[in-house]
Design a protein around this ligand. Structure first.
Ligand code: UDP
Length: 311
């Protein structure tokens, strides 16, 4: 039986990775310090003998006695609201946390996957974003704590690959949504759904003409599994190229929830990217991966989950 260690395993994406690897017959070590992760996301696995919870802050060194075959480094605050609330933790988990995770991968001879982000492209001047684009990031702006931590994380991952020959992979994850996002994590989809279900005003920041491209979580997880098992070591975009404005997103959610909410406009946060869409040619050609879940279907499943969990 192979063992996978998932840092941030109790987070939104981490918990879906725990589900998948358990289902595929792996032993899963779920590491989290619960700054933004939640016990509820992994509760169903606590009694599974192939699952172990490691409560640890990965910015501190870690020693594990058991063998590990794969390390998936997903620990980090990932919502703009979270990384503004935890700027130092965000910088530390992206830098020290990645260093510790890579050190463990080297010691164990484990394959390593870094969860990077479309934020490495900043407010992109190239559209759609290909992996060759180096980005347009403000290092000292409010989002710099996340963007620069992830850029450093990519750099040290490539260094461990080149110097120590660790079999590393880097995924640049574009906006992802689905069940188990925190209701109050501050991102557009959880905010809009929560507001719509409560008939509260739906808050669009700016005039709503900025764009994003949203990928349903099961599609992302499928892409991640293919990437871990591939021979690729350079960064790969995983996301859904279906791009829409935030205003269109708000209108979809209002309609799908049958909400009576008004749409209101609030100030746009500093350095909020104007546009974002992944070019997924690399993943399509090398991983034979394509997102399958259309936005309406993914939003409907997410809304159903939120309905059950909203207080
Ligand atoms: N946004 C919004 N209303 C909200 C939350 C977010 O209009 O209540 C906007 C935000 O300004 C950004 C987009 O939605 O333009 C996506 O934001 P999110 O926080 O989901 O993630 P980002 O893509 O910026 O990392």
């Amino acid at each position: 039986m192979k063992t996978v260690l998932i840092t941030g395993g109790a987070g939104f994406i981490g918990s879906h990775l725990c589900d998948l690897f358990l289902k595929k017959g792996y032993r899963v070590l779920c590491l989290d310090n619960f700054i933004t992760g939640s016990k509820a996301s992994i509760e169903e696995h606590l009694s599974d003998k192939n699952f172990a919870l490691v409560e640890h802050n990965i910015t501190k060194p870690i020693h594990l006695s058991e063998d590990v075959d794969i390390i998936l480094h997903f620990a980090s605050p990932a919502s703009p609201v979270d990384y503004l609330n935890y700027p130092i933790q965000t910088l530390k988990v992206g830098s020290l946390g990645t260093h510790n995770s890579l050190g463990l991968a080297k010691a164990k001879g484990a394959r390593f996957l870094l969860a990077s982000t479309s934020e490495v492209y900043g407010d992109p001047l190239v559209h759609p974003q290909t992996e060759e684009y180096w980005g347009n990031v403000n290092p000292v702006g409010p989002r710099g704590v996340y963007d620069e931590a992830k850029r450093f994380a990519e750099a040290i991952t490539m260094a461990y690959h080149r110097v120590h020959k660790v079999d590393t992979k880097i995924v640049r994850i574009f906006n992802t949504y689905g069940p188990r996002m925190r209701l109050a994590d501050g991102r557009a989809i959880p905010n809009f759904i929560t507001q719509a279900l409560k008939d509260n005003p739906i808050t669009i920041y700016g005039d709503g003409s900025q764009t994003r491209s949203f990928c349903y979580v099961t599609d992302l997880i499928d892409g991640l599994f293919r990437l871990v098992n591939s021979g690729l070591n350079d960064p790969v975009n995983i996301g859904n190229p279906h791009e829409l404005t935030l205003k269109e997103l708000a209108e979809h959610i209002k309609r799908l929830t049958g909400s009576r909410s008004r749409i209101v406009f609030k100030p746009l946060p500093k350095d909020d990217p104007r546009q974002r869409q992944p070019d997924i040619t690399l993943a399509r050609e090398n991983l034979k991966w394509l997102p399958k879940v259309p936005l309406e279907e993914g939003l409907s499943s997410t809304i159903e989950w939120f309905r059950k969990h909203i207080k």
